[in-house]
Design a protein around this ligand. Structure first.
Ligand code: FES
Ligand SMILES: [Fe+2]
Length: 335
């Protein structure tokens, strides 16, 4: 397995991290408190006061320091205790709370538990210029593998999102090729006409190509392009709160056009809210079912078909293995 603790993971949107209010988050089982220091920079500390182990995230932020809700001890962004109400504080060079690497980038707050020289930079969306975008966030009880596969799999859409994305009765022939990326894998769809569902009729006048890609440590991205460039780009960062619970930040971006961004957001938020809830339901049902069989000692291999285009590659990337699919491998199918 790749060492997820050495990667940057988003834990909140920058907008969620308001001044004066700490945020509780969990990354790979580690409870964290996020807050903004006096200069507005993001900070991440272990969410435990060293005094009586109260959660710092239940306190408040004062002058850029987080204040414990129990006896009011205060901690700076580097973990040093700055105030113990009721006594003079002896000068100490030792931080009392563990501080983690934290930064704001691409509109998100990122934390890396154990950065080292090999830690890659934060994964940014494929398109950032000339787009209107907004974030949707949720938690889902499943693994990175399960969520990434679901997000990038076109063949569940006829059933889980029947009528919203595609219809089983209106399949069309499509050619898909699979390509290696420096940090992931990508499926490119060509020759697919307009999809039969609501999303396509509302968002795509002129689709020419679409891509679904996975990038380490857990980014799933769908990109629809038309003659005039980008139609729609959804980038979903899948942050592991624990082995079986993800916090998902999905950035929905559309090409800037005549309609104002806020109006598109108003509408798209409703539409993708429905789709994300449909995915969440099937993912949690599936993940729970896998868990039941594992607990009963009836663990079994998943039966991949050739239409599970990226599944084995995602598995290999997360395992830190080389991709076995040939770069440019192609298949014709009915989508
Ligand atoms: S538990 Fe935090 S100040 Fe006492
Ligand atoms: Fe889906």
């Amino acid at each position: 397995m790749i060492e997820l603790r050495r990667y940057w993971h988003p834990l909140a949107t920058a907008a969620e991290l308001a001044r004066g209010k700490p945020l509780a988050r969990t990354l790979l089982g580690v409870p964290l408190v996020l807050f903004r220091d006096a200069s507005g920079e993001a900070a991440a500390l272990q969410d435990r006061c060293p005094h009586r182990h109260a959660p710092l995230s239940c306190g408040r932020v004062r002058k850029g320091e987080v204040e414990c809700p129990y006896h009011g001890w205060r901690f700076a962004a580097d973990g040093h205790c700055t105030t113990v109400p009721g006594m003079e504080l002896p000068v100490s060079n030792k931080p009392l709370v563990h501080a983690f690497a934290c930064q704001i980038a691409h509109g998100l707050v990122w934390v890396c538990l154990e950065p080292d020289a090999a830690t890659p930079p934060t994964v940014m969306p494929a398109v950032t210029d000339n787009v209107d975008y907004f974030f949707m966030t949720d938690t889902v009880n499943c693994t990175i593998q399960q969520a990434a596969e679901n997000f990038l799999d076109g063949f569940h859409t006829h059933f889980v999102h029947a009528g919203w994305i595609r219809r089983d009765s209106q399949r069309q022939s499509v050619r898909v090729s699979v390509h290696h990326l420096a940090d992931g894998v990508e499926a490119r769809y060509s020759d697919e006409g307009l999809q039969s569902g609501l999303v396509s009729s509302l968002l795509e006048g002129d689709r020419q190509t679409s891509m679904g890609r996975f990038r380490l440590p857990g980014v799933a991205e769908i990109e629809y392009r038309g003659r005039r460039g980008l139609n729609l780009l959804i980038s979903a960062w899948l942050t592991p709160e624990s082995d079986n619970c993800l916090r998902i930040h999905a950035r929905v971006a559309t090409r800037r056009g005549i309609l104002p961004g806020w109006l598109k957001q108003l509408f798209l938020r409703q539409l993708f809210g429905v789709i994300l809830r449909q995915d969440k339901r099937i993912l949690e049902q599936t993940s729970q079912n896998v868990g039941c069989f594992q607990e009963a000692g009836l663990d079994a291999l998943l039966l991949d078909s050739r239409l599970d285009l990226l599944a084995s590659s995602i598995r290999q990337l997360l395992a830190g293995e080389m991709l076995t699919v040939e770069d440019g491998w192609m298949i014709d199918c009915w989508l």
